[in-house]
Design a protein around this ligand. Structure first.
Ligand code: TXA
Ligand code: MG
Length: 352
């Protein structure tokens, strides 16, 4: 199948040509086709969420297993009642605070949403994106759009149209090219029950931000699993290798000078083992490179977690494309969006 490239001009998203691209993408969605599009987090691969046959095409293109549920994207609050059978006070407070934005809420699924979208689960993940192109597309389509990240299953999420094309060209109907995404990591997935909020996947909206709004305790699903593995319901898409480069990912812990020393040691070990090494190198770690010949991706300022998030997936893809066999990467601190960065890096480094 030929994949259409539809351009949006970032400098002029309201131009006639940009508008035509959005209209054409919306038409493909309404007709049951698949379109990759930018959001403020990562690119998604969308299809009409109310059309089981269209949604099935997403699973085929991504080679995604049918047990992994999809997030449904809505363009306006009025669309919520079509996809969800109800909310509660906690969920509504989170919507008021963070929608439109990078927050996905697990809500009771409406009868209109086919089972293939949620992998048979009784709850559906819903998100209202903030990106102006995504909003324009959803409004033009007039239907809720199911969309996982637009990468092959298990691989690195795309933050540009080029990344999408690498993984999915020839497998989907169109790519709406709106340039680089803003945040660079995915939305926070939250189950906002009446007794408290559970973070299923850490993301752009931080635990602190959720706690400030949710009038009840906030837990990370990972912590629950450790405490009570037996009671926790199965959590699709968690725990296995995900967001992964082809090269082996080597994570370097520690803090301050200790982390620098650990990084130098990791580079030495891999040089000695004759590996072709790449490094995700924050500015302040530059002196670790003295005397090493690793392929360097300049990651950004170590104290600017938003910048590290924005460039994380592009860096992993770039080093992969350079053909390295190992990627050495210092672990960011577990603060704010750093929690999401650590989560993705740990999954990316998990055993094959
Ligand atoms: O930022 C994002 O969330 C991006 C953009 C495109 O919106 N989407 C995204 O989708 O990252 P995906 O499919 O790559 O990741 C969604 C995660 C999966 O781990 C999935 O298992 C979980 O959310 N999820 C979705 N629906 C769920 C449900 N009903 N119950 C539990 N987990 C769910
Ligand atoms: Mg994904």
């Amino acid at each position: 199948m030929e994949t259409l490239r539809l351009k949006i001009h970032a400098s002029n998203p309201d131009s006639e040509a940009s508008r035509r691209s959005i209209e054409q993408a919306a038409k493909i969605l309404r007709a049951g086709g698949t379109v990759a599009f930018p959001t403020e987090t990562v690119y998604g691969l969308g299809a009409n969420a109310l059309d089981a046959e269209a949604v099935q095409k997403i699973f085929v293109a991504k080679e995604r297993p049918s047990w992994d549920p999809l997030i449904v994207h809505i363009g306006e609050p009025s669309m919520l009642t079509r996809v969800s059978a109800g909310t509660n006070a906690n969920a509504r407070q989170l919507m008021d605070a963070f929608w439109p934005g990078p927050l996905t809420l697990l809500l009771p699924r409406s009868v209109e949403v086919p089972a293939v979208v949620t992998a048979g689960l009784s709850r559906v993940g819903v998100r209202m994106p903030a990106h102006p192109i995504t909003r324009a597309l959803l409004q033009a389509a007039g239907v809720p759009v199911a969309a996982p990240s637009a990468n092959r299953f298990g691989r690195i999420s795309p933050t540009s149209a080029e990344h999408v094309a690498e993984d999915l060209a020839g497998r989907i109907d169109a790519i709406l090219d709106g340039g680089e995404t803003t945040h660079g990591v995915e939305s926070t997935v939250v189950d906002a029950g009446p007794d408290g909020c559970v973070i299923y996947r850490p993301g752009v909206i931080t635990r602190e931000q959720i706690a400030a709004v949710c009038g009840s305790p906030v837990t990370l699903r990972e912590e629950m699993r450790e405490e009570d593995e037996a009671q926790a319901a199965p959590s699709p898409g968690m725990g296995e290798r995900h967001y992964a480069p082809r090269a082996r990912l080597v994570l370097v812990g520690g803090e301050g000078p200790q982390q620098m020393q650990n990084l130098v040691q990791a580079l030495r070990d891999h040089d000695a083992a004759g590996q072709s090494v790449g490094i995700m190198l924050p500015d302040s770690f530059r002196e670790a490179m003295v005397g090493h010949k690793a392929k360097v991706y300049r990651w950004g300022r170590w104290d600017d977690a938003a910048e590290l998030a924005h460039r994380l997936y592009a860096g992993l893809r770039w080093l992969d494309a350079a053909g390295v066999t190992a990627i050495v990467c210092p672990m960011p601190r577990a603060e704010g969006i750093g929690v999401a960065l650590r989560d993705r890096l740990e999954r990316a480094a998990a055993a094959r």
